[in-house]
Design a protein around this ligand. Structure first.
Ligand code: GAR
Length: 224
């Protein structure tokens, strides 16, 4: 059972690359399993395939060039101020980082506290950062996975919303493991967005508690 909003949640997606997680969210919205609307897909890379995916689905795509800010003091913050202006102008309620390979500063983190999510291909807090599938194999881990978390100033550090685990097999390479993890990313990211949409995520310190769905209206329909 879910709580239905009268209007769709207004979401922006920040992506730098391939955009398969963006695609998973688009697909879930189009299938009606996520009640949200993607207001804009924004990239720091002009040729990001994610922007092309947005265009294919009739979504607004926007390249925000980091170059004019390069080399200036507080260049990252200045860049994020430009993003913030765009996000606020469009009344964005939730920001999704989906393969966004740029560190977000407190300009965005504070404005979107508990309203900005990231997906990361490891079972955090193990293996933040880059090349994490390779590191998990090299450590001899038997399980790997992915994490959706709220974004705080520390990299890959915010309160964890959902995780999914997969086995690491003896003959895995970084690529085979990344593919196995990615299939799970595509499941849990849309799911986390839908939980947010339903108002079911409650942050208590480092923990995110998921509240049970409430019945619609004043009746309980069984089976739901
Ligand atoms: C995904 O595996 C995502 O978890 C990872 O980048 C990939 C983007 O793929 N993100 C990070 O490593 C962030 N720390 P996609 O562009 O196909 O969604």
């Amino acid at each position: 059972m879910s709580i239905k909003r009268a209007d769709a949640l207004r979401v922006a997606v920040l992506a730098s690359g391939r955009g398969s997680n963006l695609q998973a969210v688009i697909d879930a919205i189009e299938a009606g399993t996520v009640q949200a609307k993607i207001i804009a897909v924004i990239s720091n890379k002009k040729d990001a395939p994610a922007l092309e995916r947005a265009r294919r689905h009739g979504l607004s795509d926007l390249f925000v060039d980091p170059k004019p800010y390069a080399g200036k003091p507080d260049s990252r913050e200045a860049y994020d101020r430009e993003l913030l202006e765009v996000l606020q102008r469009h009344d964005v309620e939730l920001v999704l980082l989906a393969g966004y390979m740029k560190i977000v500063t407190k300009v965005l983190v504070e404005a979107f506290a508990n309203r900005m999510m990231n997906i990361h291909p490891s079972l955090l807090p193990s293996f933040p950062g880059l090349e994490v599938q390779k590191k998990a194999i090299e450590w001899g881990c038997k399980l790997a996975g992915c994490t959706v978390h709220f974004v705080t100033e520390g990299i890959d550090e915010g309160p964890i919303i959902l995780q999914a685990a997969v086995p690491i097999l003896d003959d895995d390479t970084s690529d085979t493991l990344a593919a196995r993890i990615l299939a799970q990313e595509h499941k849990i990211y849309p799911r986390a967005v839908q939980l947010f949409t339903e108002g079911r995520l409650r942050v208590e310190g480092r923990r995110v508690l998921i509240e049970a769905g409430k019945p619609e209206g004043d009746s309980i329909i069984s089976p739901s």
